[in-house]
Design a protein around this ligand. Structure first.
Ligand code: ADP
Ligand code: F6P
Length: 343
């Protein structure tokens, strides 16, 4: 694990030494898995820092699938102009089952060698890191950057896209709340996050939801939710907002059952892909920029099989194998407070 200020040495004397050794001549950048706002800021930072280090940069389109299809383009500083504010990923992204096979991974490494690519920065989630780990085993240096709205990567407190996604979802939930109050309805609003409840937890607290259902904690006790709705009606509450995480799902059938049991009109809203789009927030742009630059530096230095993280207020890098073995849990205190404030 290395601190950013130790890395900072790279920008000065150490950098000259590393570059003089010319370990790395050309790097590739790819985005993989679900897109996330801020990925473009990361691509831009990787490209500009690597080019500044005197290293050539190639963009690999559509993740590992694009690598296997040899969709590889040269990138100059101007190619990332006017991108920091844009959502999505200018390189495109994909999920690629062929890359899960040893054959696919060998083919990917061979294509890298054919194009003179010595190292790759992979921007994505845990799955994408496994691909990077496999490429590293095939002799291609790899560095991962956490890019996912789900915040479900254990080695880091921050993932690119999460901040934009929660703000987008929060604003959408505020709107649903307005109409829910007017009609005196119960609303179940389903947010993304795959198997993780971070988006649900943050929005549940920020939107003042009456119930917050997290996959990590939910006990499927629907009767408790029904009792809560009935109690709140008795207290005169005009709406009842339930934030349900995608990992629990089934919001539409849950709404039907709750309406039948409470007599309160209940609607389900599944926010869906809108949470992955839009202009990244300042926080996503800033963190992505620092992480991107750091990834370029450590890749140029000749490191491999590392991922960038942000922990305890510092930017760090970890071994991918160690990072993938780490576990992350919903913070107990945050969970308790979310429950306390909703009642
Ligand atoms: P995320 O990176 O957001 O977790 P996925 O889990 O879908 O998204 O992974 C993205 C891509 O990474 C997959 O489509 C696949 O190409 C690659 N990948 C995932 N798991 C592995 C693995 N075990 N070995 C090699 N490549 C993998
Ligand atoms: O990982 C980001 C994410 O949006 C998850 O929240 C969601 O479960 C998944 O991707 C959806 O993936 P797809 O784009 O393949 O439907």
């Amino acid at each position: 694990m290395l601190l950013l200020n130790e890395q900072a040495g790279l920008a000065c004397g150490k950098e000259d030494k590393a570059l003089a050794e010319k370990k790395i001549k050309t790097i590739g950048i790819l985005t993989s898995g679900g897109d996330a706002p801020g990925m473009n800021a990361a691509i831009r930072a990787v490209a500009r820092k690597a080019l500044g280090n005197g290293v050539k940069v190639k963009g690999i389109k559509k993740g590992y699938q694009g690598l296997l299809n040899e969709e590889i383009i040269d990138m100059e500083k101007k190619d990332v102009s006017d991108t920091i504010q844009r959502g999505g990923t200018i390189l495109g992204t994909a999920r690629c089952s062929e890359f899960r096979t040893l054959e696919g991974q060998k083919k990917g490494a061979e294509i890298c060698r054919k194009h003179g690519i010595d190292g790759i920065v992979v921007i994505g989630g845990d799955g994408s890191y496994r691909g990077a780990q496999a490429l590293s085993k095939q002799g291609i240096n790899t560095i991962g950057i956490p890019g996912t709205i789900d915040l479900d990567i254990a080695c880091t407190d921050y993932t690119i896209g999460f901040d934009t996604a929660i703000n987008t979802a929060m604003q959408a939930i505020d709107k649903v709340r307005d109409t829910s109050s007017s009609h005196e309805r119960c609303s179940i609003i389903e947010v993304m996050g795959r198997n993780a409840g971070y988006i649900a937890l943050w929005c549940g607290v920020a939107n003042g939801a009456e119930d917050i259902l997290l996959p990590e904690k939910y006990d499927y006790n629907e009767q408790a939710i029904i009792n809560n709705i009935i109690d709140n009606r008795k207290k005169g509450k005009s709406h009842h907002i339930i934030i349900n995480a995608e990992g629990i799902g089934h919001s539409t059938s849950m709404a039907r059952r709750i309406e039948a049991a409470t007599g309160v009109e209940t609607r389900a809203t599944i926010l869906g892909y809108m949470q992955r789009g839009g202009n990244p927030t300042c926080k996503d742009r800033f963190y992505a920029s620092i992480m991107g630059a750091m990834a370029a530096d450590i890749l140029c230095e000749g490191k491999t099989n590392r991922v960038i993280g942000y922990k305890g207020g510092k930017f760090l890098d970890f071994d991918i194998d160690e990072a993938l073995a780490m576990h992350k849990e919903i913070d107990e205190y945050e969970y308790e407070i979310s429950r306390l404030l909703s009642r």
